[in-house]
Design a protein around this ligand. Structure first.
Ligand code: PLP
Length: 368
């Protein structure tokens, strides 16, 4: 890990391998693993991450939107890709690029079958999503019969899997609720499989589901945040290594007297003689305004330096009073020791939000 000269997101592919292999130890050897690489693989660069995981023989990928799947195909990814929220305007592209849609309502099912028939498809793989309590996307449990009827009327598609998504798998206080989702999903799967006459793959668990509900892994599990190094609890975090480090440098140091202000709208007023550093990362890079005004710290020579005043578009100012450092020194926003999770906690946010927020302007550097 070299001293940086600009803001970079350093991505440790060995840590990714560690997380992937660790997750595999938490599932049965015959359980498939799907890697969720939506949102640029949670901010890390989807093509690079997918290529690496493909070499590790991951079974499946998922993205949220069709264009994310197209980008992976353009990058040469051959592994099956499930598109979680494909949107009917993209169905022709989706078929052309061998992407597999999640179909979650009678409307999208009808639309997809129409496109698949027009494109002369035979048994095109689709994934049927059921709503078991998240109330986001999915057929209702009582839709099983009508879905099966629609599927049986056409040769153009085949249900490669049926799946659902847990609402609170990381929250053990919601165990009763989650167990109910598992029960509902089990019962949907049984009815569906009996009615359709073949066996689609079944999958339900995200990362916390994998860790907390081993009895609910079914045929495949879907991990996003775990691959990127977070276990969503203190107990599980120790098994994972965050793969991304956000590093920057000190652009300039100022020493200001008591009463002087820092930044736009004079939001910080020095209560004593203060040393500040300006660093080249701002809200356009993903550090939202909520991180300003002392709510979050970055690290300079391993010492916490609070972000002071308002976050600017391209820069933030930090209080380095008492920290021995100079212009050009490295600044850690988050890494394995000072995690994105703890950075986000300061503003009541979560690892998912800060890591996916780091904008494309920040250069990605891969440690192989
Ligand atoms: C994003 C997503 C996942 C991954 O969840 P993690 O908590 O990051 O493991 C799994 N399944 C679906 C349907 C998702 O939308």
């Amino acid at each position: 890990m070299e001293q940086v000269h600009e803001t970079v997101l350093e991505i440790d592919l060995k840590a990714l391998k560690h997380n992937f292999q660790y997750l595999k130890t938490r599932v049965q050897p015959n359980t498939k693993v799907l890697a969720v690489v939506k949102a640029f693989a949670y901010g890390n660069d989807a093509a690079e991450i997918a290529r690496y995981l493909e070499n590790l023989e991951v079974d499946y990928f998922a993205v949220a939107y069709t264009q994310e799947g197209v980008a992976l195909r353009d990058a040469g990814i051959k592994t099956p890709i499930l598109v979680l929220h494909p949107q009917s305007a993209n169905f022709k592209t989706l078929i052309a690029r061998c992407l597999e849609p999640s179909l979650y309502s009678h409307f999208v099912l009808r639309e997809f079958i129409a496109v698949a028939e027009a494109e002369k498809q035979h048994h095109y793989p689709v994934h049927i999503k059921f709503n078991t309590g998240l109330n986001r996307l999915g057929f209702d449990p009582q839709d099983v019969a009508s879905v099966v009827t629609s599927l049986k009327k056409t040769e153009s598609v085949i249900a490669k899997s049926i799946f659902s998504h847990l609402a609170a798998s990381e929250d053990l206080r919601e165990k009763l609720f989650t167990n109910n989702q598992i029960k509902t999903f089990t019962s949907i799967s049984e009815t569906f499989t009996a009615a359709i006459g073949y066996k689609p793959m079944l999958h339900l668990c995200n990362t916390s589901g994998i860790l907390n509900y081993p009895e609910a892994h079914f045929d495949m599990v879907r991990s996003g945040i775990g691959l990127y190094g977070f276990g969503n609890s203190e107990k599980e975090d120790v098994h994972f290594k965050p793969i991304a480090s956000l590093k920057t440098i000190i652009s300039q140091i100022h020493t200001i007297p008591k009463g002087a202000s820092v930044g736009y709208n004079r939001a910080f007023i020095a209560s004593k003689k203060t040393t500040t550093a300006t660093i080249p990362i701002g809200h356009a890079d993903g550090i939202g305004r909520q991180y300003g005004n002392g709510k979050a710290c970055v690290f300079v020579n391993n010492k916490p330096a609070p972000i002071i005043g308002n976050v600017c578009m391209d820069m933030i100012m930090i209080d380095i009073t008492g920290i021995s450092c100079q212009e050009g020194d490295e600044v850690i926003v988050f890494n394995q020791a000072h995690t994105a999770h703890s950075f986000a906690q300061g503003v009541n946010s979560i690892s998912y939000e800060i890591i996916t927020a780091i904008s494309q302007r920040v250069k990605r550097v891969f440690l192989k």
